[in-house]
Design a protein around this ligand. Structure first.
Ligand SMILES: NC(=O)c1ccc[n+]([C@@H]2O[C@H](COP(=O)([O-])OP(=O)(O)OC[C@H]3O[C@@H](n4cnc5c(N)ncnc54)[C@H](OP(=O)(O)O)[C@@H]3O)[C@@H](O)[C@H]2O)c1
Length: 117
């Protein structure tokens, strides 16, 4: 399968990219370092064609409530729109266990919003 890993250069993403590659998948590690920005939308339409699965393991550069919310809302909206344009059928996003119960944290409220984007 062709699998695009958004945040593929990160802590979790780089391990995921390696493991999927070892299993023979065509894996694209997508992140600002490779010209793909989920927040601005830059590069998304270039990597999506032919993709069967998008895995979103990107993270907000800031853990403060307002910028984290802006990051996850914009990235989620742009990713789902680009996937719809390209006919991608499967979207997997990594959450954090207990996110729904950690409402005192702006970061975790933002993670919940991404799930709903
Ligand atoms: N680490 C944990 O223990 C843990 C546990 C549970 C869940 N999670 C979740 O897993 C996700 C990844 O965590 P992590 O620790 O692997 O993060 P990380 O190491 O900080 O990596 C962040 C990744 O996001 C990318 N990124 C940043 N801005 C982006 C943008 N505008 N568009 C696309 N990609 C962007 C970065 O790309 P560049 O390298 O190009 O900047 C990098 O690949 C997060 O959502 C986090 O909440 C993490």
């Amino acid at each position: 399968m062709k699998i695009v890993v958004i945040g593929g250069s990160g802590n979790i993403g780089s391990k995921l990219v390696r493991r999927l590659g070892e299993r023979g998948h065509d894996v694209i590690a997508a992140s600002p370092k490779s010209g793909v920005d989920a927040v601005t939308g830059e590069g998304l339409d270039d990597v999506m064609p032919g993709t069967q699965v998008v895995v979103d393991v990107a993270n907000s550069p800031s853990f403060d409530a307002a910028p984290a919310l802006a990051f996850f809302e914009n990235a989620g909206r742009n990713l789902l729109a680009a996937e719809a344009r390209a006919g991608v059928q499967h979207h997997v996003a990594l959450s954090v266990v207990g996110t729904d119960r950690l409402t005192a944290s702006g970061y975790f409220r933002a993670k919940t919003r991404r799930r709903r984007s």
